[in-house]
Ligand binder design. Structure first.
Ligand code: ADP
Ligand code: ADP
Length: 240
């Protein structure tokens, strides 16, 4: 089943500028683990932002979970985003809150309740957050302030926060670009494990070919906004 479909999708930020995405055509099926590969400025982040409805297209169409994102109301967009988990290069955590509070208050497309903002959680909310913290190996850090964590640990908190939503689609915008190689590898191992354990479709931007080849089922290569490769990691050696 297709989860995402782009048809002749183009993004142009400013009149006269080169398109950040140029006539992209592709379909993502449920259960795929995709790495979007490309250098800085290739359009990876724009690609992710078209899928989570942060960036409208100038041409073409994008469908996510069977909804065409053009012309949706705010409420409909929120409902699509409720099924999308996001992780980021710089984590987007709230520094002075605890790990547990971050997992529960920073969900994508979700406005926290005033109770959550004051650090008040129902037993159910606490249990859910703790469950996902334990999945990412950070349960013992639940009460700690996120600013005291290492980069790898912060990204694990980001991942737990995304998983709390029980998303159908997990999107990562360069989630390991600020991490050292060993930590990056650990984060990809975790993403892969979470992906296998549920019905997830995962799309992660990277600029490291080795990481993409090691972990992705499929690689989407972007260069100056154009799709220049779409295939299995093993196909990269065979094509010219
Ligand atoms: P990547 O994530 O691969 O580094 P981006 O999607 O961030 O690439 O950027 C693609 C191109 O679009 C780049 O040339 C970048 O300068 C441009 N761009 C990105 N965001 C904006 C913006 N908000 N306004 C204008 N140009 C932008
Ligand atoms: P860093 O290198 O910044 O500490 P990592 O992502 O490698 O970041 O690890 C973060 C923390 O999670 C570490 O304390 C590590 O011991 C722990 N950890 C790593 N993998 C697992 C796992 N599969 N289960 C439980 N804990 C883990």
């Amino acid at each position: 089943q297709k989860v995402i479909q782009l048809a002749d999708a183009s993004v142009i930020y400013e009149e006269g500028a080169d398109p950040a995405l140029k006539n992209i055509n592709l379909t993502v099926k449920q259960g795929e683990f995709i790495c979007v590969l490309g250098r800085s400025g290739a359009g990876k982040s724009t690609f992710i932002r078209t899928i989570n409805a942060l960036q409208p297209l100038q041409e073409g169409s994008v469908q996510v979970l069977n909804k065409d994102l053009a012309g949706l109301s705010e409420k409909q967009i929120r409902s699509v985003r409720a099924d999308i988990g996001m992780i980021f290069q710089h984590f987007h955590l709230i520094p002075r809150l605890s790990v547990l509070q971050n997992v529960y208050t920073g969900r994508f497309g979700h406005r926290p309740s005033w109770k959550n903002l004051l650090g008040i959680f129902s037993d159910q909310e606490k249990e859910t957050a703790e469950h996902y913290l334990s999945e990412v190996g950070l349960l013992e850090y639940a009460g700690r302030r996120v600013e005291r964590l290492s980069g790898g640990q912060k990204q694990r908190v980001g991942i737990a926060r995304a998983m709390v939503q029980e998303p159908a689609v997990l999107l990562g915008d360069e989630p390991v670009a600020s991490l050292d190689p060993t930590t990056s590898d650990h984060i990809f191992q975790l993403l892969r494990r979470l992906h296998e354990d549920r019905d997830l479709t995962t799309i992660v931007n990277v600029h490291d070919v080795e990481l993409a080849s090691a972990y992705a089922d499929r690689i989407i290569g972007l260069y100056e906004g154009e799709l220049v490769f779409d295939g299995k990691p093993g196909d990269m050696n065979q094509r010219t």
